[in-house]
Design a protein around this ligand. Structure first.
Ligand SMILES: [Fe+2]
Ligand SMILES: [Fe+2]
Length: 355
């Protein structure tokens, strides 16, 4: 048996241009035809040189050699191939937790791609098998956040602006988690939050609108006012979603509250049950705020989007929402710099659109 060679420590500067590939990442590539150019680090000259080009086919011997080189840490891909790499890794999201060369912004990009894709699949086909894929990826996210809950900030920088059911679901999930993190900062630091709670809350926030999948598409997509019957149908989506939870094995209060209560209002003017503050759960009240904020800050056919500062301000003045949650939301968007930049961006775009 040959002794295992030591893995190359990435020389300084190389990480700026290349990602080092580990065996897990290699295993996720197509074996004979990797999806992107591959480079090899030549120790003699301390330089990276081309090893494989997209379009070629690797022989069995080369595949073996490549696997050995990867083990030694000598194989890299170019950061110029970031879009391919991101797309590829988004299909096997757990790799982001093992790839130490990814920057925080790159990880955030990958989460956006992966979770939006899984949500699209699940909301097209809301069955157990498709849900499991989504759940696996949500668990990768919560594992990532468990290491440092403040990393959620990087994801709130990347919210979708165009409305679709999956974009809205993604945004609501991220906003719900960001708000929860903001409101429970001390409890997280003191280790008082259970991992299980974070996991279930994340799932609940992401799938809060699953009942919409039972509403006919022509009603969901309608850009004119709904008729009485259509509206009655639409207002059932929280209940319809709630009924779907047992088949998905999701009978947890965090998930149930998000799905059933996200359109309830603390003044009793919401739906479907016209519950009041005392009857609503804290996760339901939180989801209501995250959902409303996400709806207001995305472009819809019948309404222009509001910038995050305006939206948070309006919610804070609305008596239908839990004041603790809306105050926290407002504090969050006012104190974190990127929201202001986003607001300025939106205003500029709107002015240009009108001009
Ligand atoms: Fe909804
Ligand atoms: Fe929603």
């Amino acid at each position: 048996m040959t002794q295992e060679k030591q893995r190359l420590e990435v020389p300084e500067g190389l990480n700026e241009e290349y990602y080092q590939i580990n065996p897990d990442i290699l295993a996720s590539f197509s074996k004979y035809r990797p999806p992107l150019n591959i480079f090899k680090f030549k120790e003699e000259v301390a330089r990276v040189t081309p090893y494989y080009q997209v379009g070629q086919r690797l022989s069995n011997e080369q595949i073996e050699e490549l696997a050995d080189l990867v083990k030694e840490g000598l194989i890299f891909v170019s950061r110029e191939d970031h879009p391919v790499y991101v797309k590829h890794i988004s299909y096997q999201l757990d790799l982001v937790l093992v790839d130490k060369n990814l920057k925080e912004s790159e990880v955030a990009d990958i989460f956006v791609q992966a979770l939006t894709m899984r949500l699209t699949d699940f909301l097209d086909q809301p069955v157990q098998a498709v849900f499991e894929k989504l759940q696996e990826d949500v668990m990768v996210l919560t594992q990532y956040l468990w290491q440092d809950i403040h990393k959620i900030r990087g994801l709130t920088r990347r919210l979708h602006r165009e409305h679709s059911l999956s974009n809205h679901s993604f945004n609501s999930g991220i906003m719900g988690l960001a708000l929860y993190a903001h409101m429970n900062d001390k409890a997280f630091a003191a280790g008082e939050i259970k991992r299980r709670t974070l996991d279930r809350l994340a799932v609940g926030m992401f799938i809060h609108d699953l009942g919409m999948t039972k509403i006919p598409i022509f009603i969901r997509k309608k850009d004119k006012p709904l008729t009485g019957d259509e509206r009655t149908k639409m207002l059932q989506h929280p209940k319809l979603g709630y009924q779907m939870l047992s088949k998905l094995d999701l009978k947890f209060p965090e998930v149930e509250q998000c799905v059933l209560e996200h359109h309830e209002r603390v003044d009793g003017k919401g739906y479907p049950q016209h519950s009041e503050m005392k009857d609503l759960g804290k996760y339901g009240r939180l989801c209501a705020v995250a959902d409303a904020f996400s709806a207001m800050t995305a472009k819809r056919p019948y309404a222009p989007l509001k910038d995050p500062l305006t939206a948070a301000g309006e919610l804070a003045r609305d008596n239908g929402f839990d004041a603790n949650a809306t105050k926290a939301l407002q504090a969050m968007v006012v104190t974190q710099k990127h929201w202001k930049a986003m607001a300025e961006d939106i205003l500029k775009e709107q002015q240009q659109g009108k001009g």
